[in-house]
Design a protein around this ligand. Sequence first.
Ligand SMILES: Nc1ncnc2c1ncn2[C@@H]1O[C@H](COP(=O)(O)OP(=O)(O)OP(=O)(O)O)[C@@H](O)[C@H]1O
Length: 455
Amino acid sequence: MKLDRYFSRRRFLDLESDDFEGSLKELLKTTVSRFKDLERKKLLPGLMQRESTMTTYLGNGVVLPHIRVKMRRKYVFAIGRSREGFEYEGLKGQEKVHLVVLLLAGEGAKDYLNVLAAVARLVKDQAFVDQLVRSQSLDELHDQMMAAFGGILAAPKKKRQSSINNLMLRQVMRIAKGAHCDSIAVFGDTISSGQIDVPEGFRDFNTVLVSRRAKDGEFIEDQPFDEMIQVRSFSNGRLAQMRSAFLVGLTRGVFRTHHKIACVGGLPGSDQFDTLMVIDLKDEFQALLAERENFMPADVSPEVLERVIGVAMELSIEGREGKPVGTLFVLGDTKKVESMTKPLVLNPFYGYKEEDRNILSPFMDETVKEFSGLDGAFIITGDGVLNSAGSLIHTPDFDQQLPSGLGARHAAGAAISIATDCLAIVVSSSSGQVTVFRSGIALPLVERSFGGRTL
Ligand SMILES: Nc1ncnc2c1ncn2[C@@H]1O[C@H](COP(=O)(O)OP(=O)(O)OP(=O)(O)O)[C@@H](O)[C@H]1O
């Protein structure tokens, strides 16, 4: 998502204040002086009120205060930098806020959550944030932000691609041709710079980049790929996230169920492709897709499933504060699902605006991880609104046989996926495995044990 058109050099400041409220006042002053239809008096209390109910801290010293306002423009950004940094409620130890990214969104702006998510994704990169904070001048800071938000990140220093990588890429083309594959998938995180030099003829294939870096083509403008699938968390496994990536690809229409895919990958950051495989999606997802061309429930949007799978993967791979966490997400057909659940605790999402408790908002990540410690399930609507956490599922007449070792949480996920038109995504606290249930059929996405490695 290109956001550079909403930035203006005039709204880049070196902050004089040493607290959050003072910084907001400075940023609002420069913004309001330019857009006369904005009412500063209402903006500051609105922003402070949001902050008191929900933090807008994104990590890495960046805070993203945001609010919807009545204005003609879709979005306005104002950026404040504090080299010394200032304290902010909830930050531990030496951590301070160095960058305030103020976002005002017009009431009609429809892709608000995507804009928040795009900013959150970029500032997840600590090195990028450090570079911004250390910029010599505001002009330099502005240029870097424009480049990053325009999708043209300063090109990373290019290493020459090794001859083995070239060979592997040529081989995957030969295999794709020989095995009549429909696409070639490259696991891009193998290469630390993200820059992949492809051999001649590569562009004749339908190609997909699977990477943690970014989505919607942000980073692949000058890359030789037709599509990009984002995976969210690091795993030491070579192609451990393959299944979730292909599932996401299926829901987004990048792949069809009858497709065969030639894949090349390696350990993340190793700069060495070392694995080639051919995946037949029909075989891979056989049980799940046996009955239907499209396994998505009618009301679930692919980006919401993608997000839930991403959070589930992070919980599986990283846990919560290093400890394994298990949880259950029930996605879609919410009315019917809710008729088969009862609260185990007071609902922590009660009373918040739907937009603020949508799983597509980057500020929900931490909240969801925090509440994953609760017993029971998250109930999520097909368009991403978190309706409740800590819900006990009780479905009628459930006698599904599950593989041994799978207990009550998996049984509940399987049962609700039979009783309603939903998807249930289970993270196992004991094995870290992530399993998607649809109509009682289980699809394991990542199989691992904590501390272990997966091929
Ligand atoms: N009917 C249910 N509805 C919602 N959550 C449930 C239900 N039954 C169990 N759980 C949740 O699952 C948790 C763990 O149960 P159990 O260990 O039997 O499940 P499991 O399938 O073996 O999962 P894990 O692999 O995480 O241990 C419970 O503490 C509870 O939070």
